[in-house]
Ligand binder design. Structure first.
Ligand code: UD1
Ligand code: MG
Length: 457
């Protein structure tokens, strides 16, 4: 088992690696920036004076050195969780290697690294060639196959707790099988969810983008949330605190009833990946914060997104993970009309910069011709829900509302600007951060409060 009293050195080493990840992120970015610009890996900072035509050139795709640094550290870390095996003589067989080596755990670790490498490669290719949507969607699915097979091999659960009515309905149409109580085994459907998870986590971070610091800040907050969730499962908490929180009962002689056996191991594994990830994100944020000296590129979004999926699948907490993506889910649903062609989707949907005030305004998609009926219906609904602001041409007669001439772009960032008014880029980024942290607080409340029945088991 990964966790034993003697394993705390691995945990401590991991915290050391997280610090190294941070320092490395801060150190490496300015040192390679020039080389990236020389190779043409640069983009204009669109929301600065000069904008599209004259904004400052910023090195792009600096997620690559960060991902490389992180992956290097994670490879060097491989021996640590197993280090106690090297010491104990009793485990050495005749040939001088451990007989009961936990191959399962090593496989989990290695398959996660493989998925991460693939995602980094995909992100880098996207940065170099701007792959089309329909081409890049399936690639995280392929990248997730190793992780999914390992999940299957360790007997990964496919059951969820559902209200009897929903479970019965799913069973009735042949999509699930009743276990005991309210537990429904979703079988292949659950795998479908797991297959789509990496596609979602990678792309959803990439499309909540466009202002300095925002991709990296999201990744940092999600990573810290996963880390906190992992910590809850590790037997490191003083008994008095647990009794006070009513999650422990000394009479029963257990610390946390969930903090035992495999569950601890899985969250320990997740911790090993998330602590250095938080480190490298924070290190990179140093350079990506307003006014940005470096852009993350799609490499960063894909690599961090895949890291979240990998640890959640391996750690059997994929349902909890998705709760930390509430702002991304909102942004994705809001974006759907543009992503799927109902409303024009310009290359960039980031806000627009006002040269006079230096503030950001919501950007707009402009309709040269009156938009088709389907589009009008969708936009009217979104406008009714106050998610977009429409601009109309004067009506022809009193009874009509007038053609829609333009709409704010369908992103959470523009939505925030519509609601809170124009603001400076760094303020807006902090606001997105506040939304993300609030999302995580809601996530914890759902996971351990009202919705714990859904997650039970
Ligand atoms: C996604 C978004 C796009 C958004 C872009 C910004 C969708 C479907 N796509 O596209 O709307 O405009 O991210 O990253 O929602 N940039 C800045 N300031 C920043 C970050 C980026 O000006 O803080 C600009 C730079 O010119 C940079 C470019 O955006 O070169 C990077 O865009 P890229 O990440 O390639 O865009 P996508 O991920 O394809
Ligand atoms: Mg991007």
């Amino acid at each position: 088992s990964l966790y034993e009293e003697s394993r705390f050195p691995a945990l401590q080493a991991n915290v050391g690696f997280a610090l190294l990840a941070f320092v490395g992120g801060v150190w490496i970015v300015p040192r390679v920036s020039e080389a990236f610009i020389e190779k043409g890996l640069k983009g204009r900072d669109l929301l600065k004076p000069g904008g599209r035509s004259n904004g400052p050139w910023i090195p792009e795709c600096l997620g690559l050195p960060c991902a490389s640094w992180y992956l290097g550290l994670m490879m060097l870390f491989i021996p640590f969780p197993f280090s106690h095996l090297f010491k104990s003589k009793s485990l050495l067989g005749d040939v001088g290697r451990p007989e009961s080596f936990p191959h399962n755990e090593l496989t989990l670790y290695l398959s996660s690294l493989l998925s991460l490498l693939t995602a980094t490669l995909l992100g880098f290719i996207d940065d170099l060639f701007d792959i089309r949507w329909r081409h890049k969607l399936p690639i995280p699915i392929v990248a997730a196959v190793p992780t999914l097979l390992v999940y299957y091999s360790v007997g990964g659960a496919t059951s969820v707790v559902l209200p009897k009515a929903v479970g019965g309905w799913l069973g009735g149409i042949g999509l699930g099988r009743f276990m005991d109580g309210n537990v429904v085994d979703l079988g292949p459907i659950y795998y479908l969810y797991l297959i789509l998870l990496p596609t979602f986590t990678t792309n959803s971070i990439n499309i909540l983008a466009g202002i300095n610091g925002v991709e990296v800040l999201q990744a940092l907050i999600i990573s810290l949330s996963v880390l906190l969730n992992d910590l809850l499962f590790l037997p490191i908490w003083p008994e008095s605190l647990l009794v006070w929180m009513k999650i422990s009962n000394p009479q029963q002689g257990r610390i946390l009833d969930w903090a035992i056996g495999e569950v601890v191991d899985r969250h320990l594994m997740s911790f090993y990946f998330m602590a250095p990830l938080s480190g490298v994100c924070l290190g990179f944020l140093w350079h990506n914060w307003y006014p940005a000296k470096a852009f993350p590129g799609d490499t960063f979004c894909y690599f961090t997104g895949m890291a979240f999926s990998a640890v959640a699948i391996q750690g059997h907490f994929s349902k909890t993970l998705i709760l930390f993506f509430i702002p991304q889910i909102f942004n994705f649903i809001l974006s759907c009309p543009q992503l799927f062609g109902l409303v024009d989707c310009p290359r960039h949907r980031l806000p627009s910069y006002d040269d006079r005030s230096g503030l950001l305004n919501p950007s707009r998609v402009i309709f040269e011709l009156p938009p088709p009926r389907k589009t009008v219906i969708v936009l009217e609904i979104l406008s009714f829900l106050k998610l977009v602001k429409l601009e109309r041409l004067p009506p022809i007669n009193e009874s009509s509302k007038g053609y829609i001439k333009s709409s704010t772009n369908l992103t959470i960032i523009n939505f925030l600007l519509v609601h809170f008014g124009p603001m400076r880029e760094d303020k807006l980024c902090i606001l997105v951060g506040i939304v993300q942290v609030s999302g995580s607080i809601i996530a914890f409340a759902i996971r351990y409060g009202v919705g714990s029945w859904f997650y039970g088991g």
